[in-house]
Write a protein that binds this ligand. Structure first.
Ligand SMILES: NC(=O)c1ccc[n+]([C@@H]2O[C@H](COP(=O)([O-])OP(=O)(O)OC[C@H]3O[C@@H](n4cnc5c(N)ncnc54)[C@H](O)[C@@H]3O)[C@@H](O)[C@H]2O)c1
Length: 436
């Protein structure tokens, strides 16, 4: 991976933020260890919102550390785990509990996934990181390299990847259910949070919140309720808009089922928004090249106020859902209403009736996405299904879409060099980091 001077400085600044762990320095590269014959010791960063659910899902293990910048928001989770040590600063938690933890769960807003996950991985901790894995494409690639170097067990929180329906979809596509697929259209009802806003003014910081630590590596800005909780998704400094929020869920079936790899070209049409706030709506078009004997694919994404035309192959009377996807092939189409492929249907009816369900060639995920990560840490499965070898290229696709929206440009993409052929887009492939 080539790194420009600017990117190198950004990464060095990020690394400088991170506390050094003496034993890690002395023993060289720390690697993840399998845990057998006992519960897994887990520390969690971000305990309100989705983090509350994530901690609950792992509560059959030993929750030894809980970190949140807002003790009011984390209160219920703290109360459910009275034996866990609580922290406001993840750096302090990782340093203090280093020899007591096997694994770390990262459920903060997106802009903090990378610094927390990178530090945990460098300490040889297994990581479960919410989707999208990171805030920039460069961060995703760095986490992949770090996870390989430190041999840790990884899982991104795109739980739909563990679903039966995602596996069935891939088997259908591989069995030629609709022939050669050349087009995929995906649309979402997100954002369901404010976007296309002007920067708000300052408000008093709530007494329970450490605003400086919430901002973390993001640029300094006065507190306003408009940013958090949850609504950070609509601000470029913390989230990546609708495509960043949902892309790792709803593009997964196409990415995996069609083995899309990386796009070579990405373009956007954008309505509203500004340099701080994500837009009212966007359309992103990706070009994926031919793979083996599979033809090139054009994947088109719609969000917010931008809606696709009703596909002509949809039967009369079939409602056009708020979110969905449709795969168009040489012999028919697969229509999936909703965020996943649970209700996937082959069209037209004649094709559906003549199609013979293929054998289940792909392994099924026993007991769901969370248990799948724990099974990886115990060595019960070789690797969780959305480990970083899968999650990173998928995240990169979603975030490249966000780059096209944010820069309002089109660009060619060279995945090996991590470079856009358009400087206006390239500047969003990485970012700079605030010391806090
Ligand atoms: N997999 C899914 O279906 C799913 C669903 C919702 C959210 N998510 C993901 O979960 C993550 C969190 O989203 P959310 O909606 O819960 O956000 P949120 O703002 O509602 O909650 C985030 C929690 O993290 C805490 N936090 C923020 N910064 C922190 C820091 N630096 N250190 C420690 N704690 C910090 C907050 O105080 C809060 O308790 C995001 O990455 C989001 O994309 C995934």
């Amino acid at each position: 991976m080539k790194t420009s001077r600017r990117e190198f400085i950004a990464a060095a600044a990020a690394a400088a933020l991170l506390p050094k762990v003496a034993s890690a320095e002395a023993s060289g590269v720390r690697t993840g260890r399998l845990v057998r014959g006992r519960k897994i010791n887990i520390a969690c960063v971000g305990c309100g919102g989705k983090g509350a659910d994530d901690v609950r899902q792992f509560s059959g293990e030993n929750i030894v550390g809980l970190c949140d910048v807002d003790f009011a928001r984390a209160q219920q989770t703290f109360a459910a785990h009275p034996k866990a040590k609580v922290f406001r600063d993840w750096r302090e938690m990782l340093a203090a509990l280093d020899d007591q933890i096997d694994a770390v769960v990262v459920s903060t807003p997106d802009h903090m996934h990378f610094p927390v996950a990178l530090r945990a991985i460098e300490m040889g901790k297994h990581v479960y990181v919410q989707k999208p894995l990171t805030h920039t494409v460069e961060e995703a690639r760095r986490l992949l390299l770090a996870s390989r170097r430190h041999k840790v067990v990884t899982q991104m929180g795109n739980q739909g990847h563990s679903n039966e329906s995602t596996r069935r979809m891939k088997e259908w596509l591989e069995a030629g259910a609709i022939g050669d697929v050349t087009e995929v259209t995906i649309w979402t009802n997100r954002p369901v949070w404010p976007q296309d806003k002007q920067l708000p003014g300052a408000q008093d910081v709530p007494a329970t919140l450490d605003w400086n630590r919430w901002l973390g590596v993001a640029p300094w800005r006065p507190y306003n309720r408009a940013y958090m909780p949850f609504d950070w998704r609509g601000w470029w400094d913390y989230g990546s808009g609708a495509i960043g929020d949902m892309g790792c869920h709803t593009m997964d079936a196409a990415f995996w089922g069609l083995e899309l790899g990386a796009p070579t070209h990405v373009s956007s049409e954008v309505i509203g928004g500004n340099e701080y706030s994500c837009p009212k709506g966007s359309v992103v078009t990706y070009k994926f090249p031919a793979r083996g004997n599979r033809p090139p694919v054009t994947l088109t994404w719609y969000d917010g106020c931008c809606k696709p035309k009703r596909p002509g192959i949809l039967p009369a009377g079939e409602r056009m859902p708020g979110s969905g996807q449709i795969f168009i092939g040489s012999k028919g189409a697969i229509f999936c209403p909703g965020d996943y492929c649970d209700s996937a249907v082959i069209l037209p009816e004649s094709r559906r009736v003549s199609f013979v369900e293929p054998p289940k060639t792909l392994a099924r995920v026993a007991n769901g996405h969370y248990q799948n990560w724990l099974d990886g840490i115990r060595g019960v499965v070789d690797a969780p299904c959305s480990n970083f070898e899968h999650a990173v290229p998928l995240t990169e696709i979603a975030l490249l879409g966000a780059v096209a929206v944010r820069s309002r440009t089109a660009f060619g993409w060279d995945k090996d060099a991590l470079r856009c052929d358009n400087p206006a887009a390239q500047k969003f492939i990485s970012k700079t980091y605030r010391m806090f």
